[in-house]
Design a protein around this ligand. Structure first.
Ligand SMILES: *[C@@H]1O[C@H](CO)[C@@H](O)[C@H](O)[C@H]1NC(C)=O
Length: 290
C-alpha cells in the first residue's frame, strides 16, 4: 500500500514538473573546450539545461565542435528520460572572432522542420548584422501552439539599437517566407544599459510595433555580477496565437546562483549571464495523456 502511494506521488510530481513546455535562451560566455573540460561547470550546465525543452544556447566558441558534443553527451547521460539533440548555426562574426548559436532540444518532444541563417550572403539586406540571426521552426505535438519559430540573436553591443530595429525586418521576412505569425525573438540582445541610449528606443520598430510583446521587462537583471543590473537578455513574442500559449508571468531570468547555491565567483565561472526563460501551455490532449 505504502509503496503504491509512493509510486503515485512520484508520478504526480513528474506530471506537475512536465505540465508546461519550457524554452530558454542562455549566453554561456565563451563556451568552448576549457569549459567543457571543467567538471564543475559542466555539472551546473546540465542541471540548468535539463530543466528546458528547448535551450537557445549562445557564445559557443569552438571551431572543432567538440564542446557542444560533450555537452549533449553529458545532458543525455544526466537526464535519460529525454533524447537531447541540437541544431547549430554557422560560425558567425565579421573578423577572426567567431561564435555560434545552438538550439539544444528534446528530440522526443519537439522536432525542427526548417531553419534559416540570416546575414551570410553579400547580397542579403541583413548583412548589416555583426552576427547574422538564426531562425529555426519547431513542431511539437504537445504544445498548445504546435508550430512556432524561434529567432535567436546575439546583438553586437555597440550596434544593439540598430540591430534591434533590423530584427523587425527579419521577423517580417520570416512571417512572409514561412507563412506563420508564431515567432519568438530571444537571446542576448544587449537591449539595456548604455548600449541603448534612452532616445534610441523610440526608433526601434521591434519595440514599438504592437504585434510584439516584450516578456522580459527593462527592470529585470539578467546579469550574474552584483555590480551590474541590466536586462540584456530578452524574450519577445509575436503573434496572438503564440502569445496566448504563453503561461502568464512565467517569463523571467533563471537565477542559478540562488538555485544551485553558488557563490558569485562560482556562478561567474559558468557565465556572466542568467538564462531567460518562458513556459508554453500544453495542448489539452497532451495534458490528459501525461
Ligand atoms: C541571484 O541570487 C543570489 C543568491 O541568492 C542573489 O545574491 C542575487 O542578488 C540574485 N540576483 C538576481 C539578479 O536576482
Amino acid at each position: 500500500m505504502a509503496q503504491a502511494v509512493a509510486v503515485l506521488l512520484v508520478l504526480l510530481v513528474a506530471q506537475l514538473a512536465a505540465s508546461t513546455f519550457k524554452i530558454c535562451a542562455f549566453n554561456i560566455r565563451s563556451f568552448g573546450k576549457a569549459k567543457a573540460a571543467n567538471r564543475k561547470v559542466m555539472g551546473a550546465l546540465v542541471q540548468i539545461l535539463s530543466r528546458c525543452d528547448i535551450s537557445a544556447v549562445q557564445e559557443v566558441r569552438d571551431s572543432k565542435g567538440t564542446a557542444i558534443r560533450m555537452l549533449l553527451r553529458e545532458l543525455n547521460r544526466y537526464d535519460p528520460s529525454h533524447r537531447y539533440g541540437c541544431l547549430e548555426s554557422k560560425r558567425l562574426g565579421r573578423g577572426s572572432y567567431k561564435e555560434q548559436n545552438v538550439f539544444v532540444y528534446r528530440r522526443d518532444l519537439v522536432s525542427v522542420t526548417d531553419w534559416c541563417q540570416f546575414g551570410e550572403e553579400d547580397s542579403s539586406p541583413f548583412e548589416a548584422f555583426a552576427r547574422g540571426p538564426f531562425a529555426a521552426r519547431f513542431r511539437s505535438p504537445i504544445t498548445a501552439t504546435s508550430d512556432f519559430v524561434l529567432l535567436l540573436h546575439h546583438a553586437s553591443p555597440r550596434e544593439a539599437a540598430r540591430e534591434l530595429d533590423l530584427l523587425f525586418g527579419v521577423c517580417m521576412e520570416l512571417v512572409h517566407r514561412w507563412k506563420t505569425q508564431n515567432l519568438m525573438v530571444l537571446g542576448d540582445l544587449n537591449a539595456a544599459g548604455a548600449y541603448i541610449p534612452a532616445n534610441a528606443w523610440a526608433g526601434i520598430r521591434l519595440r514599438n510595433h504592437r504585434a510584439f510583446h516584450w516578456l522580459i521587462g527593462d527592470k529585470e537583471d539578467t546579469t550574474v555580477s552584483h555590480r551590474t543590473c541590466c536586462a540584456y537578455d530578452r524574450i519577445i513574442v509575436h503573434g496572438e496565437e503564440l502569445f496566448g500559449a504563453v503561461v502568464a508571468r512565467s517569463a523571467k531570468p533563471f537565477n542559478f546562483t540562488h538555485a544551485l547555491g553558488l557563490s558569485e565567483e562560482e556562478a561567474l565561472e559558468i557565465s556572466d549571464h542568467y538564462p531567460v526563460e518562458v513556459n508554453l501551455r500544453l495542448a489539452p490532449k497532451a495534458q490528459r495523456e501525461l
